[in-house]
Design a binder for this molecule. Sequence first.
Ligand code: F6R
Length: 365
Amino acid sequence: MLEDKAYTLISSEARKHDPSGMLLHVIHTPHSVLESTRRYREEAESLLRFDFSRLSGVVVSGMGGSFISGLFLYDLIADKTDKPLVLNRDAKLPKFIDKNYLLVTVSYSGNTEETLRVYSEGLKRGIPIVAVTSGGKMAEISEKKGVPLLRLPPGIPPRAAFPHITSALTSVLSLVTGIDAVSWLEEAARELQSRLEGAFSEGAALARLLHEDVAKGLVPLVYGYSPYTSPAYRFKTQLNENSKVHAFFGELPEGNHNEIMGWSGPLANFSVIFLRGREEPEYMRARIEFLEELLSSKGVPYYNLYGEGGGRAGELLSLVFKADVASVALALLRGVDPTPVDIISRLKTHLESRVGLTFLREAER
Ligand code: F6R
């Protein structure tokens, strides 16, 4: 139902700027989560035959749209498990990661150089690996070497594969930690489904405000705090890739110890969005109140976006959804196609010829 209405809720012109249907990917978020959790729960159980109790911890390695689900899982379970969850957004793997860790390498395309470097380093060190990818070199080598592989559905922009990647990772981490996070995610998706239109309207309304701000030359600055860091960071990256605008991410309370001084200087042309939820302790509320007063006194516009849902997973998923809607709607209001990321593609082509993937030779043998 929302599918028919969604574009018109943004503007009468919106549909024509979205020929590849990025908005539809976003609207399908809860459906895609439910479809994928069913699939990956079973696949993970049959593929992963490790003695999880003996693992020292888990490393999730990926870049960009393939990284964000790791951060989402960190928000969801890091304070509930005694297994360290290490996030790696780099081409290198820290030295302390050894055979006692499980390495989950996530690359939608399976061809991202940084993640492939980590993957091949993992193979070299004899670390147990699970590959999450739709294909590319990572799938090719995994099949050859018998590395467990959770295959993502093809033909989706990596950042729009968020529901699938998150479901795959949740399935793996549920097994490793013994926490049934898959059920939390499923419940979150059902809750989101039941309030999809309201959440969509909130995202679209925020996009209209940001559209005015961006037209005035203001740069979106998204603040998050634990456990709502991942939707805030996701929002920043979605504003970059979908809306094609600069946007920045700040983390509280750390930002109060440095970034806050920037509001007294000349470069304060920002429009601030706080991502918040029910797990907001008094000490955090007091800090945000202070910031809100400060921003008001400086004439800086700010907005609050709240998560909804019975549990943390629901709040996180609804925040990601609203932020995704806002980023795509901002693109459409600006008359920009949200799907192509031509500069990223150009960079990848440049790197292919300039650096190449020769480091994979050993792994391919
Ligand atoms: C594009 C996107 C990018 C990619 C990133 C890594 O939609 O989201 O941020 O995710 O360039 O590529 P993959 O995901 O293929 O490893």
